[in-house]
Design a protein around this ligand. Structure first.
Ligand code: PEP
Ligand code: MG
Length: 753
């Protein structure tokens, strides 16, 4: 013990703890040794470790200084005693006269009468308190800031070691609530359809226990300072609108800046590093402390601040890792767990192993969801408390049919899930059999069924599903997943690849639809109060023609000698279409002057997304070669309900008289002028909605890949004329939804939904 007494400060103490761990022997013996050396190092007469049982009780697991007979006997109920108070607060409790505290609960078996001074800190994992580390002294005194800091550092290391099974016998830990281990079911929202079962992988992976302690605190402090400096610069640049990850609202950036420059936050990190933690562990410690403190906050403002701090911690960790983007290793059947993800984050993972995605936040129209859909990865979002409820390696079920997640499911739940997955696979196989069957209704109407795409990987789906072409190619995806603005050559190369993969089937390239919620990390974005009504899509292209021209040039060059379809998004007036089309003519003339082979034919179309066009179709349609109805946007504008905001996006039903009448107006006007018209919004991919569309007269649909099979099956079973006759009545309906009526009709007509 001599060496122990001579050594002071958490660094040497942590080293000693490490040695104890390496020493082997029975777990309880090691834990006893650990409390002894902590007591010695902190010059405390008592040091105790409490761990939380699954019941919520805090049990004394080891002590130096209290009666040994109290170990595994003394238990505090949730909220009981000073230990309960630490759990409740999620932060240290520093008392000179512990017995005078109102929460103090006297336990005779511990023999703690003579001790007055009390310092206890929570053992945190994720945002949860899993135990407490306490020191006590006879003499009444308040512990110094350094001592509190040191004890917190020790607590962080201890909680990791305990969780990793290095200090306490795993058998002993069976019901200790170190990590949630009971089966749980969380309800969320379906972002990308499907089912998956696998192993949880945390996107923001915790720092591995062996990386908690640094060997050289001075060097570690330099690393921390450099990362903090880089972080502050990044935020300052973002605020000045010069670079960086835009798409973060200005107010949030301001808060970031406040935190990033906040002395308290910085000092906390510095002290943690000086006390022997790695910079990463220090960031993690600060994060957990904040989470534990703010988790219970009801105040939405405070909860938001917690998010800001989490983001800041993530950014700082990225700076510490040097931002090197290595492909992350995944186990087989990985289910990725994250608070939120950017589309580029998702593409960093090995696609063959990534089977599902669970998000604590996010929205169905977010890019991560659209990319997940394109990759066929089932995704459920808005799962409140997700990250605190899952540990790395937990078994998880993603039920993106219903919109739920099952954490650590029981065997019977897994069984039921597997039966459903088998059924789904069977249906998929049935759809696959239909892939070469033309989509013709029972009464002989040919429906052209195409697919939406946006990444090169999507094209594999074309052959698999038998889609007759790409009715909407979202070119902005290439821009969204890139690190920097794709140049002419990169764009041309992608379009060539797409056309080649399409092998003669039509591909409708939509020009960049950026802005709104689609922001680029490398492009300056101005803050707008209403981004969905702001400077987006073709508006950007017309105001900044260089980018639009470059894209048109790439398209014209990639399609040399072939058919080219170009479509402009969010046209709101005929003049915009006229101007956009003039850019195409200009680029064609340019290519011609240079003697380049032009496309064999070129067709230019408009998306109908702005309601204004509906009253100007007579002027618009003769100017276009085709149009496509983007119902995602059209309906959000029609009903004044943000498609990305779940509080309002489901307030109205697309199967309602106003929406159906608008769609019919468009369909009829196109029939009159002979303009080819398709519907390419998400709703076209749902069998019942698609049934309504064909009943209205639409004969071209472009749907997400997973919708091709189900919609084709519906078409093959439908009698369009019969449906059409009944539709007229629904259009006159006087309620906000005619979904039930349409469904009843479909069932009466034996339509496969
Ligand atoms: C739409 O708005 O319906 C559409 C297809 O375009 P996006 O979803 O890309 O806005
Ligand atoms: Mg749109």
């Amino acid at each position: 013990m001599e060496r122990v007494l001579a050594a002071r400060g958490p660094r040497s103490l942590l080293r000693q703890i490490r040695e104890v761990m390496a020493g082997g022997g029975p777990a309880q013996g090691r834990l006893d040794m650990v409390v002894r050396i902590i007591a010695a190092s902190m010059v405390a007469e008592v040091c105790s470790i409490y761990l939380r049982r699954a019941t919520g009780d805090m049990e004394l697991f080891a002590t130096e200084g209290l009666a040994p007979g109290a170990v595994h006997v003394t238990r505090m109920k949730p909220g009981e005693g000073l230990v309960g108070e630490i759990v409740r607060l999620g932060r240290p409790l520093n008392l000179s006269e512990a017995p005078l505290h109102p929460a103090f609960s006297y336990r005779p078996e511990t023999g703690e009468d003579p001790f007055h001074a009390f310092l206890g800190v929570p053992l945190l994992r994720g945002g949860r308190t899993v135990g407490a580390l306490v020191v006590q002294n006879r003499t009444a005194r308040v512990y110094g800031e350094d001592e509190v800091e040191d004890l917190q550092t020790i607590a962080m290391v201890l909680s990791e070691m305990v969780a990793a099974g290095e200090l306490v016998d795993q058998e002993e830990l069976k019901d200790v609530e170190l990590a949630p281990h009971k089966p749980e079911r969380l309800k969320g929202t379906r972002f990308a359809e499907g089912l998956a079962f696998g192993v949880a992988v945390l996107h923001e992976a915790p720092v591995a226990p062996e990386q908690l302690l640094s060997d050289d605190p001075a060097q570690e402090e330099i690393r921390l300072q450099q990362a903090l400096e880089a972080l502050r610069n990044q935020i300052d640049e973002m605020l000045e609108g010069q670079s960086g990850l835009v798409g973060v609202p200005y107010e949030v950036l301001e808060t970031y800046r406040l935190f990033a420059h906040d002395r308290g936050w910085n000092r906390g990190l510095e002290e943690a590093v000086r006390s022997g933690l790695t910079a990463e562990a220090a960031v993690e410690r600060a994060r957990w402390e904040h989470r534990a403190r703010l988790k219970e906050a009801r105040d939405p403002y405070l909860r938001e601040r917690l998010h800001d701090l989490e983001d800041l911690a993530d950014r700082l960790l990225r700076h510490l890792s040097g931002e090197t983007q290595v492909e992350r290793q995944l186990p087989e059947n990985a289910i990725l767990i994250a608070r939120n993800l950017g589309p580029a984050d998702l593409l960093e993972y090995d696609r063959t192993r990534l089977k599902g995605l669970l998000l604590e936040e996010g929205s169905a129209a977010s890019h991560a969801s659209i990319v997940a859909k394109a990759l066929g990865i089932p995704c459920v979002g808005r799962l409140v408390g997700l990250r605190d409820r899952v540990s790395q390696g937990d078994a998880v079920i993603v039920d993106a049919e219903v919109g739920e997640a099952f954490l650590r499911p029981r065997a019977d739940v897994i069984e039921a899930f597997e039966a459903r997955a088998a059924l789904r696979a069977q249906r998929k196989a049935e759809f696959a059999k239909l892939k070469d069957t033309p989509a013709i209704t029972r009464d002989g109407r040919k429906i052209t069924l195409m697919m939406n795409a946006g990444l090169a990987v999507d094209l594999e789906n074309m052959n698999e599903t038998g889609a007759e072409g790409i009715g909407l190619f979202r070119t902005e995806f290439q821009f969204m997943v890139a690190e920097e603005l794709p140049r002419l050559n990169a764009q041309t190369a992608l379009y060539e690849k797409v056309l080649e993969a399409a092998a003669g089937k039509p591909v409708i390239f939509r020009t960049l639809d950026l802005g709104g919620d689609k922001v680029l990390p490398y492009m300056e974005a101005q803050r707008e109060d209403n981004p969905a009504l702001g400077w987006r899509a073709v508006r950007m292209g017309l105001d900044r023609p260089a980018l639009l021209r470059m894209q048109l040039r790439a398209l014209i060059s990639a399609a040399r000698g072939q058919e080219l379809y170009i479509m402009f998004p969010l046209i709101a007036s005929v003049d915009e279409f006229r101007q956009a089309r003039a850019h195409v003519d200009h680029e064609l003339a340019w290519a011609e002057r240079r003697g380049r082979t032009p496309p064999a034919s070129i067709r230019v179309g408009a998306m109908i997304e702005a309601p204004s066009l509906i009253w100007h179709l007579d002027a618009l349609l003769p100017m276009t070669d085709f149009v496509s109805v983007g119902t995602n946007d059209l309906l959000q504008y029609l009903f004044a309900a943000d498609r990305g905001n779940s509080r309002v996006s489901e307030r109205y039903d697309p199967l309602s008289p106003p929406a159906l009448r608008v769609l019919k107006t468009i369909c009829d006007a196109c029939a009159e002028t002979g303009t080819p018209v398709s519907v390419c919004g998400e709703l076209a991919g749902r069998p019942l909605e698609a049934f309504a569309l064909i009943a209205l007269g639409f004969e071209r649909l472009s749907v997400p890949p997973a919708g091709v099979g189900p919609v084709k099956r519906m078409i093959l079973s439908a009698d369009r004329e019969a449906a059409r006759r009944s539709m007229a009545g629904f259009l006159k309906g006087s309620s906000g939804s005619v979904r039930n009526e349409i469904e009843t009709l479909a069932r009466k007509l034996n339509v496969a939904l």
